[in-house]
Ligand binder design. Structure first.
Ligand SMILES: Cc1ncc(C[n+]2csc(CCOP(=O)(O)OP(=O)(O)O)c2C)c(N)n1
Ligand code: SF4
Length: 288
């Protein structure tokens, strides 16, 4: 069985020293080993951003896609080869700005994919503009007088889009993050894991200390029941989206793959999809 070290490759990340994304990389590698995967059983698909580089830093199948398009690619990979464990990842700009339409529909489609958002509340790669996750009043190069737009709540959006698994964590809490990624991989459907991942270079407000002061860990509420949708929505609103842990899980709803008519257990990539000449001609005749 592969250890987490076997999910490492020899590419040296070029993230800034102290960037939260390092811990997310480590957590993915540990979670993959802990659930018993081999590198050839995992595909990591990412968008564009500092965070998007992650697919190149893990020894597994990987694709560094285009900005905001990690999820369409990840869904294609999963549909073509359902035997692969598919992790999609990217930044809050990638998933909640340009890619938001894909995020909402991937959530409601519920393919068996784990989506890890590396949420630093800013655009890192393009050197520090506001993202939909930036707070009102947040000053950046694109909002020198402070952002006048309201902050987007991905957890509330995920819940209202019919999510079957919603979790949030902090890159510094490697233990919690690893166990949530393991739970996300095991979940039979789409799992959204939003991870606070400080950008030490451009975001001087949402720092490690700021997160430590503001995070509300769900462990404080032993009676909390993540199968209760109403309680999950209430807790997200009560904590202004700063809660961490497993927020909601619906184990009843089947994944897209398990509901789609004719979609077989054997992955498409292993099936003989050759069309006979007779069938081809029959198909073409339908369009005449
Ligand atoms: C279609 C397109 N639009 C815009 C860009 C420029 N761009 C690259 S990364 C990025 C945002 C980066 O922020 P985020 O997704 O939050 O990732 P981070 O760098 O913070 O990890 C933008 C706007 C692009 N590469 N492609
Ligand atoms: S700019 Fe920010 S997000 Fe990008 S690598 Fe540096 S610390 Fe990380």
């Amino acid at each position: 069985m592969a250890t987490f070290k076997e999910f490492r490759n020899n590419v040296k990340p070029n993230w800034c020293p102290g960037c939260g994304d390092f811990s997310i990389q480590a957590a993915i590698q540990r979670a993959a080993a802990n659930v018993g995967l081999e590198p050839e059983e995992l595909a990591v698909i990412s968008g564009i951003g500092c965070s998007g580089r992650i697919s190149g830093y893990i020894n597994a199948y990987g694709l560094h896609g285009i900005h905001g398009r990690a999820l369409p690619i990840a869904q294609g990979v999963k549909l073509a080869n359902r035997e692969l464990t598919v992790i999609a990842s990217g930044g809050d700009g990638d998933g909640f700005a340009i890619g938001m339409g894909h995020t909402v529909h991937a959530i409601r489609r519920n393919l068996n994919i784990t989506y890890i958002v590396m949420d630093n509340q800013i655009y890192g790669l393009t050197k520090g503009q506001t993202s939909p996750r930036s707070a009102e009043g947040f000053k950046t190069k694109s909002t020198p007088e402070g952002s006048i737009e309201s902050t987007l709540s991905p957890l509330e959006i995920a819940m209202s889009a019919g999510a079957t698994f919603v979790a949030q964590s902090f890159s510094s809490d490697l233990k919690q993050l690893t166990s949530l990624i393991e739970a996300g991989i095991k979940h039979e459907g789409f799992s959204l894991i939003n991870v606070f991942s400080p950008c030490v270079t451009f975001n001087k407000i949402n720092t490690y200390d700021w997160f430590k002061e503001n995070i509300v860990n769900l462990e404080q509420f032993p009676e909390y029941d993540p199968s209760n949708r109403m309680a999950a929505m209430n807790k997200i609103m009560e904590t202004e989206g700063m809660l961490t842990g497993l927020i909601y899980q619906n184990k009843q709803r089947k994944s897209y793959e398990d509901m789609i008519t004719g979609f077989q257990q054997e992955s498409l990539s292993k099936q003989d999809l050759t069309l006979s000449e007779a069938d081809f001609n029959k198909l073409v005749a339908e369009f005449k």
